[in-house]
Design a protein around this ligand. Structure first.
Ligand SMILES: Nc1ncnc2c1ncn2[C@@H]1O[C@H](COP(=O)(O)OP(=O)(O)OP(=O)(O)O)[C@@H](O)[C@H]1O
Ligand SMILES: [Mg+2]
Length: 285
């Protein structure tokens, strides 16, 4: 079970005056149950690429194979694929439009013919998964805070019980508390339901904390992929792409520049503390 992107190219406005190659011959595989982080500078093609994974955009060339099925084959039931591969767009709160939070979460389910008690259970489960108070279900989505609105949008997709969840900058623009709450809900979903997560984010700290595999996009091409340890080792290459590394990588780079032997693959706070304690212990001897 996996999503395989095969030689995918997407050109906006092909042969027109504003032709733009947004994704350029990208191939990669997202395995079942992975937590994938997708990073890249603004305009590097992240949103364009992920919108192919459930057929919202059609490739100019190449294809996407979901569990062995070519999703762009004319005989493929895209509705079924979209039920299994859920997508939360960048700034999804702008797409909330129902009179109540409850109806907004129900929207996708109703579209798939899921109504009544069956929908009611799924709506309440989804609200619980994203830590949304049941009291809020009868409110207008417009009365909610930014973080709550984001969670309503997330609940609407989760209620469909997708096997793969794609999130395009789910925490962008939220305050630190809202950010942590949304990302922790996603992490819990991944852990408790085993959902494959593909998270697009600009935050290297979030990537270091949550992702098990990283995909780095640069000018439409897939530039680097691997575990966070493998990817964050390439600091120079990341800087050249206009990307940052987690703060701990920078701290340890400074320690390394002072002549200490520091492993290149360390990026989280606990491991950094261990490395620094070890150096202090050695220096005292
Ligand atoms: N609908 C469109 N029509 C024409 N060009 C587009 C369209 N959408 C995106 N582009 C262009 O395609 C390229 C890739 O855009 P995309 O939105 O996929 O990048 P991104 O990595 O998601 O950027 P960001 O980090 O800002 O969200 C950019 O140059 C962008 O201007
Ligand atoms: Mg984008």
């Amino acid at each position: 079970m996996s999503i395989e992107v095969k030689n995918l190219t997407h050109i906006y406005g092909k042969n027109g005056p504003y032709e733009k190659v947004a994704v350029d011959n990208v191939s990669c595989t997202f395995e079942d149950g992975e937590f994938i982080g997708m990073i890249g500078h603004t305009g590097s093609g992240k949103s364009t690429l992920v919108q192919h994974l459930n057929g919202i955009l059609k490739p100019t060339e190449g294809t996407v194979i979901y569990n062995g099925i070519d999703i762009f084959d004319k005989n493929t039931d895209l509705r079924k694929i979209r039920q299994e591969v859920g997508m939360v767009f960048q700034y999804p709160e702008s797409q909330l439009f129902e009179e109540t939070v409850y109806k907004d979460i129900a929207f996708g389910l109703n579209n798939y013919g899921i109504k009544g008690d069956e929908a009611d259970i799924k709506i309440h489960n989804a609200a619980k998964m994203v830590d949304l108070d049941y009291d809020l279900l009868q409110k207008s989505p417009f009365e909610l805070s930014g973080g709550q609105k984001r969670r309503v949008a997330l609940a609407g997709v989760i209620a469909m019980e997708p096997k793969v969840l794609i999130l395009d900058e789910p925490a962008a623009g939220l305050d630190p508390a809202g950010r942590i709450s949304v990302l922790e809900s996603i992490k819990n979903l991944h852990l408790t339901r085993g959902i494959t997560v593909i998270l697009v984010s600009h935050s290297m700290e979030d990537m270091a904390k949550y992702a098990s595999k990283l995909v780095v996009m640069n000018k439409g091409k897939l530039e680097l992929t691997g575990s966070p340890k493998e990817v964050f080792k390439n600091q120079k290459q990341l800087f050249e792409m206009g990307l940052d590394v987690p703060n701990m990588c920078k701290v340890l780079a400074k320690v390394r520049a002072l002549g200490f032997d520091v492993p290149e693959s360390v990026f989280d706070v606990e491991e950094t503390a261990q490395v620094l304690c070890e150096i202090l212990r050695r220096e005292k001897c």
